[in-house]
Design a protein around this ligand. Structure first.
Ligand code: 13P
Ligand code: SF4
Length: 308
């Protein structure tokens, strides 16, 4: 542990804070976190947190989710500008207008957790990449589903479940950077190495993968699989988590056409200095209107119940 990491651990105690970090955070932040995980796992940790402060090292919609499920805690985020291109691709006003325009369809809105609190408030149930198949399978068969905001994840669920859905045309810019050609080249360089891809990747990339799953499920898959080397097609922070949790195996980053890996510029806005400063100053604090929070809670609770 370096000096600043030790300072954070001490501050965490005096401030009675819990640090939650997404799998895409840098190694030094993952090291000082109480829990590292995917969106679903961290939503449970946030809901059950007893500490006065939840310091969420991830992006804005994740900190919002923590506040929605555990409003009596102070929720801090190291950098308020840590947004998400996927969440931005579905503004609540546009979703509201779409639902009004297609009121005759009486859509059941399934929203991937990567969206704003206002979009959650307009939705019927939330899902994550870890439970999307399960959640969609529980939507009454006689309802038309509108899946927002990730068209790639929605298409993957549609393909696997056979359930047809109206897809919102949103995407994550990080996963869109992987191409069929970039992964094909990597596979040719490492013949026989299993390719593990996140469902936010395009169909052209997913079709090259031996396994498509959420970040958390990647750990179990790589642990159980007999291969001792894997090509991981998701944000680069995941490599650190895998190397820590599955020692003795080799994890290669899936490359893009221009780079040897893909980094999320929003996730990477968080730094150890900002984590320390947030604990020192109790800012930036995530604040939500009670009206939006209460409306957004219902579909999240439905997800948590349906995931049991
Ligand atoms: P999860 O596997 O946690 O759903 O991560 C995907 C992602 O892009 C989070 O921003
Ligand atoms: Fe959003 Fe993609 Fe970054 Fe995740 S990796 S926070 S989906 S931009």
């Amino acid at each position: 542990m370096n000096e600043i990491q030790q300072e954070i651990l001490a501050l965490k105690k005096t401030r009675n804070a819990v640090i939650l970090a997404h799998n895409y955070q840098t190694a030094d932040i993952q090291e000082i976190a109480d829990h590292v995980g995917d969106s679903l796992g961290l939503a449970y940790k946030a809901r059950d947190a007893q500490a006065d402060i939840i310091l969420f090292c991830g992006v804005h919609f994740m900190a919002e989710t923590a506040k929605i499920v555990n409003p009596s805690r102070t929720v801090l985020i190291p950098d308020m500008d840590a947004g998400c291109s996927l969440a931005d691709s579905c503004p609540a006003e546009e979703l509201g207008a779409f639902l009004r325009e297609h009121a005759d369809k009486n859509y059941y809105v399934v929203a991937y957790i990567n969206c704003s609190a206002e979009v959650k408030a307009l939705s019927d149930v939330i899902c994550t990449s870890g439970n999307a198949m399960n959640i969609v399978s529980k939507v009454p068969a006689d309802r038309n589903i509108l899946f927002v905001p990730d068209a790639n994840l929605g298409e993957w669920v549609q393909q696997k479940s056979g359930r047809s859905m109206q897809l919102w045309e949103g995407s994550c810019y990080v996963h869109m950077e992987f191409t069929h050609e970039s992964i094909l080249r990597m596979r040719d360089l490492h013949p026989g190495t299993p390719v593990v891809a996140h469902p936010e990747c395009t169909r052209a990339v997913r079709m090259l993968a031996d396994e498509v799953c959420s970040t958390e499920k990647m750990i179990g898959y790589c642990r159980e699989h007999p291969s001792d080397q894997f090509i991981i097609v998701t944000e680069s922070g995941m490599l650190h988590r895998l190397r820590r949790e599955v020692p003795g195996k080799t994890f290669l980053a899936g490359p893009t056409d221009t780079c040897s890996c893909s980094d999320c510029r929003y996730m990477k806005l968080n730094t150890l200095e900002k984590v320390r400063d947030a604990l020192l100053s109790n800012t930036p604090e995530l604040v939500l209107s009670e009206e939006v929070r209460a409306k957004a809670l219902t579909p999240i609770q439905r997800m948590l119940e349906w995931s049991l």
